[in-house]
Design a protein around this ligand. Structure first.
Ligand code: NAP
Length: 488
């Protein structure tokens, strides 16, 4: 274990998790905090206070963590001594957020004058009551920070309501709206690639870039989340947040500094420049899909409508693809194709930047298709590849596509932290750059709402696609009519 470092303000750290018994806490938050502890990124003064309604004492909570969280730590990173040290940081407070007196119990455990980080890993319907009661219990001071998990609303009015409620007690600079895609090494690296080099920037615009694709494909179905998912759908669950955030990083102008607001100002400009969809645009440029029975990972799987807790006549989309434009000088007429879905052929998230083909075909035997692509792979592995044309060895001038692989794994032998670990450390250190600001979130909803409402107005039913495929045929047609194709 590395020596622990203090946080900049020198205060002891109280990390207080609401929903501390929940799935996210067990699978992601506690393992991420363990990794941060292992690598000396938590101050020695850290205390992690989990809250939940179960009438547990500390020992029972630790047993629950042993049973439900430990297995989510990479085996090679696990060691008993560090784990024991980590468990010593943990406290449990029984707390029902509806009960004001329970917050008195929390106030007794949290140290006066500590740097408090409240992680709200509960349904967003509880955010208002949690913030109100924290403030009433005197737990919110000028140093406190609050982390908000998605979903941050289901439309613009509900997002505003959450922002208003949290903003009553926390200044914007104290609010960390998490989107774990922004914590991925490769996404952060895309900013360095774009703004730390000069070779890409002159090309990074129309007409040199002919299109951009962003895909977030999941192999899994809705599983146990069906109850929640059916009222949400792929547009709200994935596209409005994760895919738009990726689009912002691809499309933003160079910020004036790395200051959080300078970066977020540029992302906001992108969101505000996204072309608004008319009903005709929605009918032509969006595709909704819903998976049916099929084969996924060599196993027969049920269709969405057969999943438990899904109404048999549900019209919720488990897939969405769309074409959009950013109305700025840089991106004029460049289509951005976004696609996300469940039960796709495999788990794969990537950004594909396609460059314009050479204006004149000098080499008669050139293979068809796109000559140059920058492919940024985010899942399952993180990688950056540039596809270029090269001459095949031998006589003649035959061309072939080859891939320049930016081998970051070999270039940097260091461990690459998981997104949640990196973002939690950012919260502890007070770094807001990779978190969404209120106006960004609201601009994203302002763009997404008319599309979602338009589907209702048009009475659009999702197109069926077999589980284990890449989505409905209409999604391929969306690109084909522009002479493009999805890169799998
Ligand atoms: P979960 O397993 O259902 O956990 C929710 C937690 O909320 C439970 O631990 C529950 O505590 C607590 N809770 C509910 N009512 C409460 C009350 N009245 N007082 C105190 N605590 C209360 O949900 P989750 O999967 O961890 O997700 C939490 C949030 O993160 C959700 O908004 C979800 O959409 C979001 N999220 C989850 C994931 C994920 O991978 N799971 C990913 C991204 C975002 P007790 O039942 O113990 O009292």
């Amino acid at each position: 274990m590395n020596p622990s470092t203090e946080i900049e303000n020198g205060l002891p750290l109280d990390m207080i998790i609401f929903g501390g018994m929940g799935d996210l806490a067990m699978r992601k938050l506690l393992p991420a905090l363990y990794m941060a502890f292992l690598h000396g990124n938590l101050p020695a003064t850290t205390r992690i206070v989990s809250t939940g309604r179960q009438d547990f004492d500390r020992e029972a909570y630790l047993a629950h963590v042993e049973e439900n969280s430990r297995s989510f730590i990479t085996q090679s990173a696990f060691n008993d001594k560090t784990w024991d040290g980590f468990l010593k940081l943990l406290e449990y407070v029984r707390l029902d957020v509806q009960a004001a007196p329970d917050f008195g119990g929390l106030a007794q455990v949290s140290r006066p004058g500590a740097q408090r980080v409240f992680y709200l890993s509960t349904a967003p319907a509880l955010f208002t009551i949690i913030c109100d009661k924290l403030a009433a219990a005197g737990l919110v001071d000028g140093n406190a920070r609050v982390v908000l998990e998605k979903p941050l609303g289901h439309d613009l009015p509900s997002a505003i309501e959450i922002n208003e409620a949290v903003g009553k007690h926390f200044a914007e600079s104290q609010i960390y709206r998490i989107d774990h895609y922004l914590g991925k090494e490769t996404v952060q690296n895309l900013m360095v690639l774009r703004f730390g080099n000069s070779i890409l920037e002159p090309l990074w615009r129309a007409p040199n870039i002919s299109s951009v694709q962003i895909t977030v494909a999941e192999e899994l179905g809705v599983g146990s989340r069906a109850g929640f998912y059916d009222g949400t759908g792929a547009m709200r669950d994935m596209l409005q947040n994760h895919l738009l955030q990726l689009l912002c990083i691809v499309a933003m102008e160079p910020p004036t500094s790395l200051n959080a607001d300078a970066v977020r100002d540029e992302k906001l400009k992108v969101l505000r420049s996204l072309r608004r969809f008319t009903l005709a645009d929605i009918a032509r440029d969006t595709v909704r899909g819903q998976y049916t029975h099929g084969v996924s990972g060599n196993q027969e799987v049920e269709g969405y409508l057969e999943e438990r807790n899904v109404p048999e006549d549900s019209k919720t989309e488990t897939f969405v693809a769309l074409r959009t434009y950013i109305d700025t000088w840089r991106w004029s007429k460049v289509p951005f194709y976004l696609r996300t879905g469940k039960r796709m052929q495999r788990r794969s998230s990537k950004i594909v930047v396609e460059f314009a083909n050479p204006p004149f075909p000098l080499f008669p035997d050139a293979p068809g298709g796109v000559a140059n692509r920058l492919v940024i792979e985010l899942q399952p592995e993180e990688a950056i590849k540039l596809q270029i044309m090269a001459k095949q060895p031998g006589s003649g001038m035959q061309m072939q596509q080859v891939t320049l692989n930016l081998d970051l794994q070999s270039a940097f032998q260091q461990r690459r932290a998981e997104a949640y670990e990196r973002l939690l450390i950012d919260v502890v250190r007070g770094r807001l750059t990779h978190f969404m600001r209120r106006d960004e979130l609201e601009a994203a909803w302002a763009w997404a709402d008319p599309i979602i409402n338009g589907w209702t107005t048009l009475g659009e039913k999702p197109h069926p696609y077999p589980a284990g495929s890449w989505g409905p045929a209409e999604s391929f047609a969306l690109l084909a009519r522009d002479g493009h194709a999805w890169v799998e």
